[in-house]
Write a protein that binds this ligand. Structure first.
Ligand code: AMP
Length: 280
């Protein structure tokens, strides 16, 4: 496995893969890898000849009072995991490599980029779209792998790929969960044991909404009420948003339908967690 930290080295290595006629898969990450990331790598391995992963805690997608500085960076451990999964190329640049002094061009995905997390975290999706566009240009993958866990991010990146004509396929992989339902997240390691227990309320609320929908309730206001009443059983968990939206546009629905996205963000202690489910 090659670990590369400059754009030039990564470009050359990826170009060599493409010129050899092999297909190239990209798995972008911020590191602090868990089984959810590994599932993306395995999907990439199954669908592509060569897999590249990036590890980059992207400063432009964090707000001024967010956890950029304290975001976990267990770099050696992450590299060992990726090597064990058969990843060929790891791109791990420093912030100055990706954003040299004077860098002033950003990718703004209008509309969808301002909804859900884009509304709660102004500028977040501008940072995400910019870094992912840069990675796409540097790597030139045939396929790029993302998690359904970040459903709003998927909607934003789909729009970006369509609008800017990126010649690649986005592959979205299902959310990996702990046996008790908690969605795997690098931020789960911030949780104390008691917060870890409280955090289960997010997936419980989503489950209740999905079950109520399956039982025949279509009215979004009533569905959201069932979710909010579950959330109320953990008064120390503060809802940031709980919405039922169109999965592509992220616009709120009044009537639920198959394929609708139920998305939640909530603060558990000081940690902001997100989760979602698709209505079927
Ligand atoms: P991150 O390192 O948090 O930026 O995540 C990198 C990629 O892993 C993103 O595409 C995420 O959606 C995906 N991911 C994060 N958590 C999970 C999970 N529990 N299951 C599947 N994919 C995930």
């Amino acid at each position: 496995m090659q670990v590369l930290s400059t754009i030039q080295e990564m470009r050359l290595a990826c170009r060599a893969v493409r010129q050899s006629g092999q297909s190239l898969g990209l798995v972008p990450t911020m590191g602090a890898l868990h089984a959810g990331h590994i599932a993306l790598v395995r999907a990439a391995r199954a669908q592509c000849d060569v897999v590249a992963a990036s590890i980059f805690v992207n400063p432009t997608q964090f707000g001024p009072n967010e956890d950029f500085a304290k975001y976990p960076r267990p770099f050696e451990q992450d590299c060992a995991l990726l090597e064990g999964e058969g990843v060929a190329l790891v791109f791990a640049p420093q912030p100055g490599e990706m954003y040299p002094a004077g860098a002033s061009t950003f990718v703004e995905v209008g509309g969808v980029g301002d909804r859900l997390d884009g509304a709660s975290r102004p500028g977040h999706f501008r940072g995400v779209a910019t870094i992912v566009a840069k990675l796409f240009h540097i790597v030139g993958p045939d396929k790029a792998f993302f998690g359904q866990k970040d459903a709003a991010q998927v909607a934003v990146l789909r729009s970006m790929v369509r609008d800017l004509n990126f010649d690649l396929e986005l592959v979205v992989c299902p959310t990996l969960r702990e046996p008790d339902g908690l969605a795997l997240s690098s931020r789960n390691r911030y949780l104390s044991a008691s917060d870890r227990a409280r955090a289960l309320v997010l997936s419980r609320a989503l489950d209740v909404i999905a079950a109520t929908y399956r039982a025949g309730e279509k009215d979004v206001a009533r569905l959201l009420e069932t979710g909010r009443s579950v959330m109320a059983t953990e008064p120390e968990v503060r809802i940031d948003y709980l919405q039922i939206v169109d999965a592509d546009t992220l616009l709120p629905l009044t009537e639920a339908k198959p394929g609708a996205l139920v998305a939640i963000a909530a603060y558990v202690g000081g940690t902001r967690l997100i989760d979602n489910t698709i209505l079927r």
